[in-house]
Design a protein around this ligand. Structure first.
Ligand code: AHR
Length: 503
């Protein structure tokens, strides 16, 4: 190996960041565009099961091992009447869905989603409407989903064919309530009060649930982080997590700058963590509020196309970003950032899952296929379970338009004691050079190399289509592992998964 560029790393068993909460690899289905209609639900499709769920899509979701899926929104939840989506389908009303200006036929609702989630081995993360509705609708919904029997709403669920409660444990108190685009936008004080009282009533129905309060819609909101601080100050005792949302795009076609954007995500996480801890100190509380990064992804390719879509359609092709190879690299770096903050980020949802800014795409009545971002997400979800370790990493750096001292190599390390494995996730952001990674693994005696999975492509703008998967992982075998020292090549602009196992 004659590389000019080298990164060194020390990985030690004792450098533990935290156990990784498996909900870090969650995703999101919003009742929006073709996420549900034509995505996960298409009764006329030849692959549909007895519930109308597409089997081909379910298989792609199962392969991702998605532990939790947020539902039904998103912006949509702020105008949603959950009662419209339960009971006999022929009685369900069609409504104007105001967040995305579509027609919502309500052929798919809470029970269908709970059923679908069970089939793909995921938990449900349910959001309640704190835009147009509030305490009453939320306490009724949780009685419907979680109470066993013998009351109006729980017996209605049983009458609807669901004898057993869905037992949903993780709940979002509204969505992006600070945003002017949100139906029923609220000031921090208005929202804090409503979140507190709604959370209180919901926990009276089921004390075992966990509640996520809305933080700011993104780090660039003018009221960030004051909105988060005020909300927490008011609702501290009732809530368990605060939400973060962030999307990135390569608007100026500057790849070096684009690939550095996970540094911004890291900064956002640290700012919200500090805000939580400030309120904790202010309350002299022993309780720690953790982070639910329940919307994150790349989102920008579809913005112009969406402006052409006529309103008031059922399942129009909204937010259908077609991801390229460089997007997969940034998604990989964002996953690395989440893993490196596993001590405070307990829940995270790649937004979204199918068709709408999703790793999975479908054609109505046709194929289902994997976007470029499917792969880093799948690798992190499958191999990222266990304990996150802090790598002591020295990599060459660069400056970009908005960021200084960007390391060319990003890395996160996961040790899994049950399976005796060690996984190194690494992104090489260098546009032209491969980088030699030298890792000191002396505390992992007896571990041997299993595989080096690489996602790379000569064309940063390469995309996948239904008929052709241009961007897919390959395996490399050029590795030296001797006397506790690993030497491995990270190809230029690549996502890497290096797996070791104790023999
Ligand atoms: O995920 C798409 C949208 O992005 C969600 O509906 C909203 O919460 C966010 O602004």
């Amino acid at each position: 190996m004659n590389q000019e560029m080298k990164a060194t790393m020390v990985i030690d068993k004792s450098y533990e960041i935290s156990e990784i909460d498996q909900r870090m690899f969650g995703s999101f289905i919003e009742q929006l565009g073709r996420a549900v209609y034509g995505g996960i639900y298409e009764p006329e499709h030849e692959m549909a099961d007895e519930n109308g769920f597409r089997r081909d899509v379910m298989q792609l979701v199962k392969d991702l091992q998605v532990p939790i899926v947020r539902y039904p929104g998103g912006n949509m939840v702020s105008g949603y009447n959950w009662e419209d989506g339960v009971g006999p389908k022929e009685d369900r009303p069609k409504r104007l869905e105001l967040a995305w200006r579509t027609i919502e036929p309500n052929l798919f609702g809470t029970n269908e989603f709970a059923e679908w989630a069970k089939k793909v081995n995921s938990e449900v993360m349910m959001a309640v409407n704190l835009g147009t509705r509030g305490i009453d609708a939320a306490r009724n919904l949780i009685e419907y989903t979680n109470h066993p029997r013998g009351t109006y709403w729980s017996d209605l669920r049983r009458q609807h064919g669901f004898e057993q409660p869905h037992n949903i444990k993780t709940w979002c108190l509204g969505n992006e309530m600070d945003g002017p685009w949100q139906i029923g936008q609220k000031t921090a004080v208005e929202y804090g009060r409503l979140a507190k009282e709604t959370g209180k009533a919901m926990k009276l129905v089921d004390p075992d649930i966990e509640l996520v309060a809305c933080g700011s819609s993104h780090a660039g909101m003018p009221t960030f982080p004051e909105y988060d601080a005020t909300t927490l100050d008011i609702a501290y005792d009732q809530v368990d997590y605060i939400s973060l949302h962030q999307y990135y795009g390569n608007y100026s076609n500057d790849t070096a700058n684009y690939l550095a954007k996970n540094m911004d995500m890291d900064q956002f996480i640290h700012s919200v963590t500090s805000t939580c801890d400030y309120i904790k100190a202010k309350h002299r509380s022993n309780k720690t509020i953790n982070l639910s990064f329940d919307e994150w992804n790349v989102w920008y390719h579809s913005s112009d196309k969406d402006k052409q879509i006529e309103p008031w359609q059922i399942g129009p092709p909204q937010l259908e970003d077609v991801y390229n190879f460089e997007d997969a690299l940034l998604v990989g770096s964002m996953l690395i950032t989440l893993l490196r903050n596993a001590d405070r980020v307990k829940i995270a949802c790649l937004a979204q899952l199918v068709n709408v800014i999703g790793p999975i795409m479908t054609e109505n009545n046709g194929a289902a296929w994997k976007q470029t971002i499917y792969y880093p997400y799948m690798h992190a979800s499958i191999f990222g379970r266990g304990t996150s370790l802090k790598p002591v990493l020295h990599a060459p750096k660069y400056d970009s338009k908005d960021y200084s001292d960007v390391p060319y190599v990003d890395s996160a390390i996961v040790k899994n004691d049950e399976e005796n494995t060690l996984t190194i996730f690494a992104v090489n952001k260098h546009l032209t050079e491969s980088i030699l990674l030298e890792a000191d693994l002396r505390s992992f005696e007896g571990y041997s190399f299993i595989e080096h999975i690489v996602l790379d492509h000569d064309d940063l703008k390469a995309t996948n289509t239904a008929g052709h998967e241009a961007v897919k992982p390959r395996k490399l075998n050029k590795v030296e592992l001797r006397d506790g020292s690993l030497r491995i090549d990270l190809p230029k602009t690549s996502w890497n998964v290096i797996r070791l196992k104790k023999s």
